[in-house]
Design a protein around this ligand. Structure first.
Ligand code: 1HN
Length: 348
């Protein structure tokens, strides 16, 4: 019997070797791994403590200028995906430092970017001819193929979280990029123009959207925070989310960026979310408060300016020791477009 099994296995291996020469392989050896019954992510939960990260960020500021680096960023790389520059298999995240007086030169690429301001205020980003000044907690977008450059005219360092759809664009082999003719792009609209046109529940009368990305490029924290506070006064929190809002393209109702969904949630002091999981691996930035998140079997304690990542389908429970606000982003809009997105709210 053992001999029969050995003979059979040898015959199969020999067969696999011979078809391998024709760039073919037997599906039956990998079918279960290719189509797991539920998500089996090959990446892990991780946490970046800002107290440990910040000294290295500042040290990077004395190693290289923003101009030489083009973008002076420390990548937040998933510990299970070394060398990939990915925080999840579909998302890139990094912390960017721009020092007083520096300029990050103008370029554009097909990758879309989001900025979430972690520390400092008064640096600007320019997107397609308009500047916006950025403050802590602001959410700013650089849509696909838009010219963008940044500058810090304030007296203090500025740090923000960059989120990009780099792995998604790489999967499609759809990357194009080019540098601007000068470091700073020409400014063609006064600051506040896109807010005036699009951020008051109004739109220019004959304006028609030409793309999926939002015509608003700065969603300031002051307004987001006010909305969360109003929501918290209006009724009880959602068991799984606390008080959670998604950022929106006001012209479509969809996400501000076609490839990345962005969210802000408030957790009241002492509140713990009910166990929850969803298929969109999610990156979090802690804006206010302190607490902990149990992600699968591991628990991470967090506080303001920390970052952490929750893998696809990992069960998460957030507990807030003090009133907390969490920003997050994921690939949820893509999954929804493809009818792939799922969540599991337990019994809630
Ligand atoms: C980029 O353009 C920025 O514009 C930040 O600030 C991070 C990472 C990879 C590729 C392009 C930026 C980036 C990036």
């Amino acid at each position: 019997m053992a001999q029969a099994t050995a003979n059979r296995n040898n015959a199969r291996r020999d067969f696999y070797d011979r078809i391998g020469g024709l760039s073919m392989a037997p599906l039956w050896e990998q079918l279960h791994q290719l189509v797991p019954p539920s998500p089996a992510p090959k990446y892990q939960a991780a946490h970046w403590d800002y107290d440990k990260v910040r000294p290295f960020l500042m040290e990077s500021g004395s190693l290289i200028t923003a101009k030489e680096a083009v973008r002076r960023v420390l990548i937040l790389e998933n510990p299970a995906l070394p060398g990939s520059a990915c925080i999840t298999p579909t998302l890139y995240a990094g912390l960017q430092l721009i020092l007083p007086g520096e300029v990050a030169p103008s370029h554009r690429h097909t990758q879309s970017a989001l900025r979430f301001i972690v520390e400092g205020e008064g640096a600007y980003t320019a997107v397609d001819g308009e500047r916006t000044l950025m403050r802590e907690g602001d959410f700013v977008i650089t849509p696909t193929w838009t010219w963008h450059d940044h500058g810090n005219e304030s007296a203090k360092p500025m740090v923000w979280l960059d989120g990009l759809d780099i792995p998604i664009v790489a999967m499609f082999n759809a990357s194009f990029a080019e540098n601007g003719e000068s470091d700073e792009q020409a400014i063609t609209a006064p600051e506040g123009t896109s807010d005036a046109k699009f951020a008051s529940g109004l739109l220019p009368v004959d304006w028609k959207p030409e793309r999926q990305t939002s015509p608003i490029f700065n969603y300031p924290y002051s307004r987001t925070r006010e909305a969360l506070a109003g929501l918290a006064k209006a009724g009880p929190p959602d068991p799984c989310h606390g008080y959670k809002l998604r950022y929106v393209n006001p012209a479509s109702g969809g996400a501000p960026i076609a490839t990345m969904g962005t969210f802000m949630q408030l957790l009241p002091r002492g509140f713990a979310t009910a166990p929850y999981r969803s298929t969109d691996g999610t990156v979090f930035s802690v804006v206010e408060g302190e607490g902990e998140s149990r992600i699968g079997e591991r628990t991470f304690r967090w506080k303001r300016r920390d970052h952490f990542v929750v893998p696809s389908w990992a069960t998460v429970v957030h507990s807030a020791a003090s009133e907390s606000v969490l920003f997050s982003f994921s690939d949820r809009p893509i999954q929804e477009r493809l009818d792939l997105w799922r969540e599991d709210r337990g019994s809630h």
